[in-house]
Design a protein around this ligand. Structure first.
Ligand code: URA
Length: 202
């Protein structure tokens, strides 16, 4: 861990938990101060056997209210983009479904950026989620997902457009949907990223 930062005290246990135990552990987590301000944790959504796993940043206001990832404006954009390539949440088969998780399971107050210690404490949950889902493809959306999964601080613009790998799983980097709401001209590039992901595994 980086100097001065301490990992989640149960990191070792988390690394071998079942899906249900993991969900329980997330909902009761008090490993960082975000547990004081959250309404509830947001574990993730979608079929745990989904072939694509999407990773975002952290719950926002709507997610904190509803306990589901990507249910606000950014989530609507994400759902529309997924639908256009024949994917979604809650579809019949794991092939058409995506599984969605965030780096942080609790909302940072006012939707500020995740802090380094929050990321470090929360990461064992995401790592275990990826391990249990064993997706065929990971779509890392935005710089916090990229930092956690690739350990890279390069801008998205320099990492997108080519393949990466996380623990042997092909990984495609793309813009965060909330960024696309502010920078709609980059939607064309995120389309290319979805297509690249589709070429790798579909
Ligand atoms: N933004 C994210 O990164 N995750 C969510 O769940 C919602 C918005």
């Amino acid at each position: 861990a980086p100097a001065g930062l301490t990992p989640h005290p149960q990191a070792a246990e988390i690394a071998s938990m079942s899906w249900d135990a993991l969900r329980e552990a997330v909902s009761g987590c008090r490993a960082c101060p975000l547990c004081e301000s959250r309404r509830q944790t947001v574990f993730g959504a979608g079929h745990p056997q989904a072939h694509w796993m999407l990773v975002g940043e952290a719950p926002g206001e709507q997610e904190d209210l509803r306990g589901e990832p990507f249910v606000g404006k950014a989530g609507q954009l994400l759902d529309n983009m997924l639908r256009a390539v024949g994917l979604g949440r809650g579809e019949a088969s794991p092939e058409q479904q995506v599984c969605i998780a965030n780096v942080l399971k609790c909302r940072p107050p006012g939707n500020r950026n995740p802090g380094p210690e929050e990321v470090l404490r929360c990461e064992p949950f995401l790592m275990r989620q990826v391990e249990l889902v064993r997706p065929k493809l990971i779509l890392a959306m935005g710089r916090f997902a990229v930092q956690s999964l690739l350990g890279s601080t390069e801008p998205i613009g320099r990492l997108r457009g080519r393949m990466h790998e996380y623990h042997g799983v092909p990984l495609v980097v793309t813009y965060h949907p909330a960024y696309l709401l502010r920078n709609p001209l980059d939607k064309a590039r995120s389309w290319e990223d979805l297509c690249l992901a589709g070429e790798v595994y579909r």
